[in-house]
Write a protein that binds this ligand. Structure first.
Ligand SMILES: Cc1cc2nc3c(=O)[nH]c(=O)nc-3n(C[C@H](O)[C@H](O)[C@H](O)COP(=O)(O)OP(=O)(O)OC[C@H]3O[C@@H](n4cnc5c(N)ncnc54)[C@H](O)[C@@H]3O)c2cc1C
Length: 315
């Protein structure tokens, strides 16, 4: 019985969330006294696959011929290689949301999402997960023989073990009913899901033309850009930047909210951030109650000063 982990790559490179999932799988495997087997779909070089050994995988099964976006073909092949697995781990992503539930049906496995802890018990499997938009923590027991866990973003961290893994090629070029013609990042240089720092703007920024300073600040910090829902609805920013209850849930180390009031629906998607900094003219803005640091001030004065100081600091 092994611990199986789904790995996700972008343009041939594994995502940080994948190394986190393999680290989690490795710590879980230690509890069970077993090994970690990683499954990779899509074109990934052997050098990149070998990196998974450093996070605790002892074996990698690589299906180069299958598009990682083809959730039907992926979950079919995945199920074939999951017969020996007792626990299957996914990072949280759009792709894992497509594959994990299909796999759960195929394997008759119990599934728990948004997991934030290592198993506190392995028989039956017990984990903690975030519930109610991060406002509550739920203890879940999975009673089925096989269990699928999808991890909350940035909940676990990376654990390097310095190990090596064997690589085995699997599968042919199976296709499901979904034909993926190509994929590309919709906007922004840093992916929101992977971002350590996020600079986010709200309606207080008055218009799309004022996002230059947000992008400049994000560039300087190596951050991703995000926005509140009305900003995406009006069309000042693309919808894939919208964070909150009805947008993406993010959990960066640093979330900088500029001209955002901090409505409960916005906070629901960002309140797992480790540190929150809020810039707002209104001292009564609800965001200040949730913030770690607050600047009461006009974004059009504060942000250029921040940019200037960061440039000086970097020089
Ligand atoms: C079912 C439902 C789901 C929702 N889902 C989401 C969601 O997922 N994400 C989300 O964001 N919202 C969501 N909303 C909307 C949410 O309720 C708020 O309306 C929205 O978050 C407000 O966006 P905002 O803070 O950008 O705008 P506003 O509420 O207009 O706030 C703008 C803020 O900018 C400040 N400001 C103004 N000028 C400046 C300046 N020059 N410098 C600095 N600060 C300034 C103001 O003081 C104010 O606090 C949802 C609502 C509903 C009903």
């Amino acid at each position: 019985m092994s611990v199986l982990v789904y790995t996700e790559s972008w343009k041939g490179n594994f995502r940080k969330s994948t190394f986190e999932a393999v680290s989690y799988a490795s710590e879980t495997a230690k509890l069970l006294g077993t090994d970690v087997v990683a499954l990779s779909f899509g074109e990934v070089t052997d050098d990149e696959l070998a990196k998974l050994g450093n996070y605790g995988a002892s074996k990698v099964l690589s299906a180069n011929g299958i598009s990682k976006g083809d959730s039907q073909a992926t979950s079919n092949l995945f199920a074939e290689h999951a017969t020996d697995a007792s626990i299957i781990i996914f990072a949280s992503s759009y792709t894992s949301k497509m594959i994990a539930p299909r796999l759960a049906i195929k394997l008759k496995a119990g599934i728990s999402s948004n997991v934030i802890s290592l198993p506190s018990n392995t028989s039956p499997l017990q984990v903690s997960r975030k519930a109610f938009s991060g406002k509550a923590i739920e203890k879940t027991i999975i009673n089925t023989d096989k269990a699928i866990l999808t991890l909350a973003p940035n909940a676990f961290g990376l654990v390097e073990s310095g190990g090596n893994c064997s690589i085995e090629k699997i599968g042919g070029s199976q296709k499901g009913d979904v034909n993926i013609k190509g994929d590309e990042i919709a906007s922004g240089k840093v992916s929101l899901a992977e971002a350590e720092i996020i600079v986010s703007g709200g309606r207080g920024l008055k218009g799309a033309e004022n996002w230059g300073m947000i992008e400049e600040l994000a560039d300087l910090l190596g951050a991703a850009t995000a926005c509140s829902k009305p900003v995406a609805d009006i069309g000042w920013r693309p919808h894939d930047e919208h964070v909150g209850q009805t947008g993406k849930a993010v959990a960066p180390n640093l979330y900088i909210a500029i001209g955002i009031s901090g409505a409960i629906q916005h906070l629901a998607g960002v309140n797992s951030s480790k540190v929150m900094v809020v810039i707002n003219t209104d001292p009564e803005a609800p965001f200040f109650k949730a913030a770690d640091y607050g600047i009461i001030g006009d974004a059009f004065q504060v942000v250029p000063k921040l940019i200037e100081e960061i440039k000086k600091f970097k020089n």
